[in-house]
Design a protein around this ligand. Structure first.
Ligand code: ZN
Length: 137
């Protein structure tokens, strides 16, 4: 087994592009990439900046707040770990990047403020999920 084929922290195949993200998740820290050349924040992890194509990327901790950009309720069973119905959303983080995630707790809608939480799934790293903290203004 080569290093590229070794099991990754997320249970998939080891990927140096996402390794720091999963390591931070184990510490229940939500991190996004920030370009050292132009300051652009991005998620999901990529090997280069989407704004200026620099490969000089760093990881910064997101504050964990955001707003629901898009949301739907899934009523079809996809996995036993996530019984329907559940809310699947795109959250716009305060830092700018958008993240595909689940909304747990109260029913939420577009524009609601949310805060990051964590779904435990040992032995894999916890997954960042979000909970509504305020209704759309
Ligand atoms: Zn850049």
């Amino acid at each position: 087994m080569t290093k590229a084929e070794a099991p990754a922290a997320d249970g998939g195949i080891a990927d140096p592009t996402t390794e720091a993200f999963w390591a931070a998740c184990r510490e229940r820290r939500l991190v996004v990439q920030r370009c050292r050349a132009c300051g652009h924040h991005q998620f999901y992890p990529r090997p280069l900046c989407l704004s200026c194509e620099s490969t000089d990327l760093d990881w910064v901790e997101a504050r964990g707040g955001g707003e629901i950009y898009s949301i739907t309720t899934v009523c079809v069973s996809v996995t036993d770990e996530l019984p329907p119905p559940y809310q699947l959303a795109i959250v716009a983080l305060d830092e700018g990047p958008r993240l595909l995630t689940n909304i747990e707790g109260d029913h939420a809608t577009i524009g609601d403020r949310v805060a990051v939480g964590w779904r435990e799934r040992p032995p894999l790293p916890p997954l960042p999920i979000f909970r509504r903290v305020a209704r759309r203004a």
